[in-house]
Design a protein around this ligand. Sequence first.
Ligand code: F6R
Length: 617
Amino acid sequence: MCGITGYIGFRDAYPIIINGLRRLEYRGYDSAGIVLYNEGKLNLVKTKGKVSDLESKVANSIETGGTLGMGHTRWATHGIPNDINSHPHVSQSGNIVMVHNGIIENYDTLKKELVNRGYTFQSDTDTEVLVNLIEEVQKQNDVKLGKAVQIALNEVVGAYAIAVFDQRKPDEIVVARLGSPLAIGIGKDQLEYFVASDASPFIEYTKDAIYLEDEEMAVIRLGRKVKIRKIKDDSLVDANVHELKLNLEQIEKGGYEHFMLKEIYQQPSAITDTYRGRLLREEAIIKMAGVEDNMKRFLNADRIIIVACGTSWHAGLVAEYIFEDLARIPVEVEYASEFRYRNPIITEKDVVIAISQSGETADTLAAIKLAKSKGAFVFGICNVVGSSIARETHAGAYTHAGPEIGVASTKAFTTQITLLTLIALRLARAKGTISSSDFRQHMLELEMIPKKVEQALKSDEHIQKVAAVFKGATNFLYLGRGYNFPVALEGALKLKEISYIHAEGYPAAEMKHGPIALIDENMPIVVIATNKGHYDKVVSNIQEIKSRKGKIIAIVTEGDETVKDIADYAIEIPETEESLTPLLTTIPLQLLSYHIAVMRGCNVDQPRNLAKAVTVE
Ligand code: F6R
């Protein structure tokens, strides 16, 4: 969702901020803005559209000098995407300027009070209310900016990450967070500071960063160490300085046309990174500290509840099959957004697994807090190190997939499944629900998955040809059974979100209960028909589609001639254990969506209306 970046120091702020905004584009946005302070003056430009539109507008309108500034990419919540609603917002006096991520829920009440006090508003945003509230608090109490921000935030209900400065005091930026991430980059000798929604805008300048925790704020002043305070009671908090492991190469396209394609191709190495050091095949051991340390909780669990959203929820569905099959633990998979609001029955004997690539998804975070309040043990599976979900859970494990920048999740999905498989295998071994030989066999197969993904990626050219045939379709159906039913859902989601073609995923056998009515000669149907599991049943489903003239794109195990003969197009994947097939069947579906979207001229990495981390509910 929205992205914040800011700079205060000795360098020209403009290139740092504009590059920072480009790096934050992946978060999803519909407008952008920048403010620079130079020689007693604020230069502010905002526009609907992309960062490139902002750059053109800046080139035609303002001087770009100045060593203090902030930028913002906005994903509209209050007020449509237009120039006026874009950030930064300036207070009525023209002195205080602010960028904000999140939602101020009581903005209407606050706005009415401010209107009664003579404030007028240009935009429809909650942000303009907050910046004016800060100004009013400062006036009423005659306090410094930091104190005014603190008092104002104590009147606010909602979620936010904010960065604020006052042009009358251009040596400081005030930042605060509740529910949206905010990182502070520390320059050498405190001669410069960076502020951003994640560390990507400043990694070439410093490796030292502080991540604000919820309900914390800081006054960042040049030449002074950053002090972190609690917004509620002003108490000082230890500032943990993290050493950033991220490097520039990881957040660049590296020769690929899109981040999504790069990330699809990174899956062999990402999956290896997920199991490295955890899957010790020669010793026949799987170990993960977060699981080992809490083994009793897992083994005594009445059930596992998985909470997640979107693609991560699909990984949870795959995990349901794996946990129940291998470890014989009952599993329920819940949309976090539904779970949090439906008064679920949760007991102290439940283990809740929260899955999230970004670790910032608001609904998943709220579901975790609810589960914790009922005494459940909550285990997090995240990709982003140090993210809110990683910190909020009792224990957890990282997927180590590396930054995922394309909005459509690809390597996050396969690495989540890899990690969940490791956990299921570990628990199965501890519970004795898997034989020693099956355990070894699964480890061996899992270790071979990266090579097999590489092999699956070799079908790319063939998939491009299939994509060219179907790029004009208006609807798609995706069918799969067992372990590959969630993959059908994921395939349909991938296509919808990046190509804007309507697609639905179904368990293959459910087709007869409704969707079969949709089938005619114009309907492409992707069927996952690997030679494991319910192969014969799926072959029957394919026959049923064929008799109704549907166009079949089948994902088959290499060497399968039966389905190849019936299907219009067949894409091969290597053979593996049934429980591991999702790691392979997903690959052609990702590539198919990618190529169709590219051929339709869609913005693959930043699909319309979507955000990488959904930090509002
Ligand atoms: C789809 C996609 C989304 C996310 C969902 C959850 O490609 O990326 O559906 O999976 O928003 O995000 P995380 O995993 O960050 O909690």
